[in-house]
Design a binder for this molecule. Sequence first.
Ligand code: ADP
Length: 486
Amino acid sequence: MILLVDDRPENIFSLKSILDLHGFPTDTALSGEEALKKTLKTKYALIILDVQMPGLDGFEVAEILSGNSSTRDTPIIFLSAVNTDKKFITRGYSSGAIDYIVKPIDPDILLLKVKTFMRLYEQNRELTAMQETLRSEISFRKQAQQQIQEKARQLDGILEALPQIAFTATPEGAIDFVNRNWHLYSASASLFPATHPDDPEIDFFWKKALMTNKPLEMEVRICKQNTQAFRHFLLRSIPVKENNVIVKWVGTFTDIEEQKQAIKKKDEFLTIASHELKTPLTSIKAYVQLLENLITPEQVTKSYVDRTLLQVNKLDNLINDLLDISRIEGGKLNFDLKEIDFEELLQTTVDILQQIYPDYKITRKGNPPAVIMGNAVRLEQVIINYVSNAIKYSPGQKEIHIISELNPSGELYFAVKDFGIGISAEDCKHIFGKFFRVSDTLPHIQGLGIGLYICAEILRRHKATFGVESQEGQGSSFYFALPTVQ
Ligand code: ADP
């Protein structure tokens, strides 16, 4: 809005008419005092001010306006019929005005000037708005930065209080905070502690985690500085994300030496106990077998002896499994691989299984001619384990499918499919682990959770891929795939 100030209404009228005609909104004041009053209430884009007025003249009004912060920047055009002399013009400029027009007014010149000032005013307004936005953006960022710093300080405080070794790193992987415990194990705040010469270096796995954005979890042996007393630690580091972007990595080293020692002791105990049990059991088994041979099928005691032998065999299998576990732990599960005809091996094993489980229908699908490098005894152990589990975990079902076929890449694919209780997706991930049993497995189905662990080890030694596909309540399919000999 433009404020027109003149003591003569006819002057105001002619100015107003020109400006209204060109679409400029106007307001009017008939004296300097009235103009000042109006500027208190309204912010004008331009003031056109007559110089000669009774009371406050134009210069005085301009001086007052330039002294006020809210009107200081409002441009003023002086109108004068008389003060065309240089002295007056200079006074006009020094009192804060920006331009000068002499009467009689040339409407074209007036409009040109008004348009220029209005454009300047608009640009100024946009600049001010932009400045305001920038200012609030900067203050928002500053505030966010302060909040992040505050959070980081809190996190550092928490990590400092942990009994573990703790650290944080930038998204690029540079370590930027370490707690007090770190310094006991590393000479530098930016380098991971050195690992035992037989253990992998942390840096390699750290870089891999950074590249894949996946959490890092590994067991390492590290020692306190200037000592050689290595202890087992579990290193865990996870990426912290904000809006799905990694902003930090947080990690800890937890001392697991005591658990490691306890597991070692338990393994040693299992090894000794199973060896000690094996010797008397072998004798018992031999004597029971002798007894069985001596008794005729008609004798009543025959059934007792058969039952004893069944239990003795179960015990024997159990002890063999425990011995296998200690062999695996000690890296001594050794066996030779020879060329074997898988079909032949499978058919013999299925015949044995069918004898052991006469009530079950074990159906075979496919019989590809496949020669593989393997150990017949150990592969038979895997097949028996898969099938026994299929039977054990399918109460009420009497059917098992055995599939063997050559897959497109020429590998031998073998699977045992049952229609039993099935396994959840989460449990499938751990099913081949040591001593793992699904927690809600039916309570009356007994087991130690070592059969599949041994199978996994045997299959790994055969360079086989293996796994399970299952759905709870729908049954499972345990499989392995072996390279064939061309
Ligand atoms: P065990 O049967 O002696 O417990 P395994 O290592 O052979 O030990 O099996 C581990 C666990 O996997 C079992 O306890 C059971 O919970 C689950 N499992 C194995 N085979 C099957 C199957 N065919 N169907 C459902 N669950 C199974």
